[in-house]
Design a protein around this ligand. Structure first.
Ligand code: GLA
Length: 752
């Protein structure tokens, strides 16, 4: 039992493998948060609560002392307009015009399995995960407005998911302006915060700051989770590194606007909140209606970032996406975008496919430009009908030719968008987001389809499914290339316009369900101008997401490193592209470009016909290497061995098999130094007293040596050189370091 309620103490205790989360109903009926951290064994730890009289704080009417205050007491949810001045968890306007909400405990339910959320993504439980749910109902006694707090407990992954539902139990209309999905009040404020900011072509940079007093927040108001801030944040003790320290992850299962707040109050207590961004959010809730806030996946590590990442990777590989492709080997892609952009015909496409096959590609993806009048970015979006003039023989023609040479065939869509120059816009100008009497804002020359309207969702589902149902398509790249504004739905009344951005997201998920879930054999890859929607919401539909439009290998070291903190390597689309790189202008060796792309779902984004024979041979060998190590890359335990954001000369990472008998490590020289220092790539995750052979016996050493001394690499070599290490448990005898001598070493303390 992970969740227990202690009746006498009125205390809830959630135990995961390494963490405890506890709360308690106070004598006045309020649900107070007590503790979240390394495992403890006492149910009632009320002594944690502050007892000081705090000047300028206010006290609720139910008490006549000056110590009980919503302003400094740790709360499991929160109140509004009742003396809590920290970042709010709920903001609403009651039917009488007041803004007050004070929840008191009413009931709770504990059951096996995971709660479900309607119309929005959430992670699920598998048989054997031991998942349990806790639901707690709080009600405001005056208005009847209620809040239900949901907790889904995954004990092995130290994961507690949270979600919040508001029920309007009053007799009038409630306006909801903010509803946090999670709130955690820590009694200590000594934390660092790690977040992942970025921009188009430069996503998910690792950034760590000390939480100072006041509120530090990250979020998105762009209508998508965004390139700019990722809806994943870590709060950790200042001593935290890859292997040590306490770290708490907060990952929002939502792809729209979000807000994460970390408030360090004057008493150095820290409140964390995460939920839908309140900007332009005003949901009208009639009596008896409910509003569900999306899920947050919280995970706790008592030993640093690596363990936290492993827990999230496990969840995303096993509990998020139901696609059969999650655990299957993904085909090596060759994509038409970078080599051909909009200019192609059936023969030029087929030539890229054929040349791709020659260097190891297994699937050809026809990117943008195959439909409507799509000869450039100005036209065609919305018209999901093949352009037969450009593509003689239609989709079937090219798909058959590609299949004929033993490759799979994939296709690009951008289903949520519309160009002004399209038949769809000419027929339905009212179907895009637009504010009356204003011009429509363009992004990449395109408008956003108003998916808050059910008929628009139905059109998109029908149009895309028509193409997919014709058959011959093995893969879909689902793109989304602009930020949202003009968030106005002409079919809704004025007072409901504050619902549009969230209704839009519900429409996105409806369209995903209507297309993706109805085509279980197709592999779907998400994309948003690269990694603009790389989030947990998307990962419930897409087993892989195009990580960035930037394919420069040196930039990718940083982008993929940052992404790996929450998301598994198996989810990151990573391709080899040309040198000179189209975004960075860099010229990096073919081998290094390949090796960096192996930190993901590997593929190509170039025209192999333009490569030298020597370069082609490198690709062929690298494709074979990728296939031979695929099981480790896709499902091995992943370790970051060094950081591309620090002073390390090498960026290195590795994958270890579950039984630790095999590993695959990579190091890329990122910084060069004249007369450079020595560098040692210290491996992780091996069995200390087992013998390992590195690269076919070129080194035979124990795990302890490989992990503590490391593999030596000189620094004064050419920039961006990459190394790979195939590590296997050594089973031979006769070496100076065979099994027997390891036993000796265990006894005598050294190896001969
Ligand atoms: C976006 C994607 C690219 C490509 C183009 C096509 O930028 O990120 O990979 O598909 O759109 O227009």
């Amino acid at each position: 039992m992970s969740i227990r309620f202690f009746e006498k103490e009125k205390a809830f205790v959630i135990q995961t493998k390494d963490a405890t989360y506890s709360m308690k109903v106070s004598e006045h009926g309020h649900l107070l948060h007590l503790y979240y951290g390394k495992k403890i064994y006492d149910a009632d730890i009320e002594m944690l609560l502050p007892v000081q009289n705090r000047g300028m704080e206010v006290n609720p009417p139910c008490v006549d002392n000056r110590t009980y205050t919503f302003g400094t007491y740790p709360q499991e949810f929160g109140t509004n307009d009742a003396g809590d001045y920290r970042p709010s968890t709920i903001e609403l306007r009651n039917p009488d015009g007041s803004y007050s909400f004070v929840g008191t405990y009413k009931a709770h339910r504990i059951y096996e399995g995971k709660y479900s959320i309607k119309d929005m993504p959430s992670i699920f439980a598998n048989e054997g995960d031991g998942v349990e749910t806790l639901e707690i109902d709080l009600v405001d006694e005056v208005t009847g407005v209620g809040v239900t707090l949901y907790y889904g407990v995954y004990p092995e992954q130290n994961v507690i998911t949270r979600a919040t539902k508001l029920t309007n139990g009053s007799d009038g209309t409630v306006h909801l302006y903010k509803l946090a999905s999670t709130v955690v009040d820590f009694m200590s404020g000594d934390f660092d915060m790690v977040s992942f900011y970025g921009r188009h072509c430069w996503e998910r940079n690792f950034e760590r700051v000390r939480l100072s007093h006041g509120t530090t927040s990250i979020g998105s108001t762009r209508g998508l989770s965004s390139h700019h801030e990722n809806p994943f944040t870590i709060i950790c003790t200042p001593d935290t590194n890859e292997d040590n320290g306490q770290a708490y992850g907060f990952n929002f299962v939502y792809s729209g606007n979000f807000l994460f707040e970390a408030n360090n109050d004057p008493y150095s207590e820290t409140r964390i909140t995460m939920g839908i961004n309140p900007k332009q959010f005003d949901f009208v809730i009639e009596p008896g209606e409910e509003f569900m806030a999306p899920e947050v996946i919280m995970s706790y590590s008592d030993s640093g970032f690596s363990k936290l990442s492993h827990q999230y990777h496990h969840i995303f590989r096993h509990n998020a996406c139901r696609s059969k492709w999650v655990g299957k080997r993904r085909p090596i892609i060759i994509n038409s975008w970078e080599p051909l952009t909009f200019t192609f015909d059936a023969d030029t496409l087929f030539a890229v496919a054929e040349a791709g096959k020659d260097i190891g590609a297994e699937m050809f993806v026809l990117d943008d430009g195959w439909f409507g009048a799509r000869d450039n970015a100005l036209a065609g979006l919305g018209d999901w009908v093949v352009n037969e003039k450009k593509l003689v023989g239609g989709l079937k023609g090219i798909s058959d030719r590609v299949h004929g040479i033993g490759m799979k065939f994939g296709l690009w869509f951008e289903p949520e968008m519309i160009n002004e120059d399209s038949d769809l816009y000419r027929a339905h100008p009212e179907w895009c987001l637009r504010v009356p009497d204003r011009g429509i804002t363009r992004g990449r020359h395109q408008y956003v389809l108003d998916l808050s309207r059910p008929e628009v969702c139905d059109y998109v589902i029908g149009a895309v499914n028509k193409i997919l149902d014709e058959g011959g398509i093995d893969y879909v790249k689902w793109d989304y290339n602009r930020s949202v504004c003009d968030a106005y739905n002409a079919s809704l009344p004025a007072e409901k316009q504050g619902e549009v951005l969230h209704r839009y997201m519900l429409g996105v998920y409806k369209v995903h369900s209507g297309i993706i879930l109805t085509h279980p054999d197709i592999l779907f890859e998400g994309c948003s101008s690269g990694g603009g929607r790389f989030d947990a919401g998307m990962l419930t539909y897409f087993p892989q997401i195009w990580t960035s439009d930037n394919t420069d290998a040196m930039a990718r070291l940083k982008i993929q490193y940052g992404t790996s903190f929450a998301y598994p390597v198996s989810s990151m689309g990573a391709h080899v592209s040309v040198a000179r790189n189209r975004y960075a202008g860099s010229v990096i060796s073919m081998k290094t470009r390949n090796i960096v792309a192996m930190h993901g779902t590997y593929g190509y984004e170039l025209d192999p016909a333009k490569m030298t024979e020597e370069e082609k041979q490198v690709c062929r060998e690298m494709a074979e290497l990728y296939k031979s190590q695929y099981d480790l890359i896709n499902s091995g335990t992943y370790y970051r061995l060094s950081s591309p954001f620090g002073n390390d000369l090498f960026t290195a990472w590795m994958f270890v098999s579950e039984d630790k008998s095999r590993a695959f490590a990579t190091a890329v020289l990122q910084n060069t130094e004249c007369n450079g220092r020595n560098t040692y790539i210290k491996l992780k995750g091996l069995i200390p007293d087992a013998l390992y052979s590195v690269n076919n016996g070129s080194l035979i050493l124990t795990g302890s040596t490989l992990m503590n001394v490391g593999i030596h690499r000189p620094a004064n070599i050419a920039g961006s050189t990459a190394y790979t290490y195939i590590i296997e448990k050594y089973t031979g005898t006769g070496s100076s370091a065979d099994e027997e001598s390891v036993d000796d070493a265990a006894e005598n303390g050294y190896l001969a």
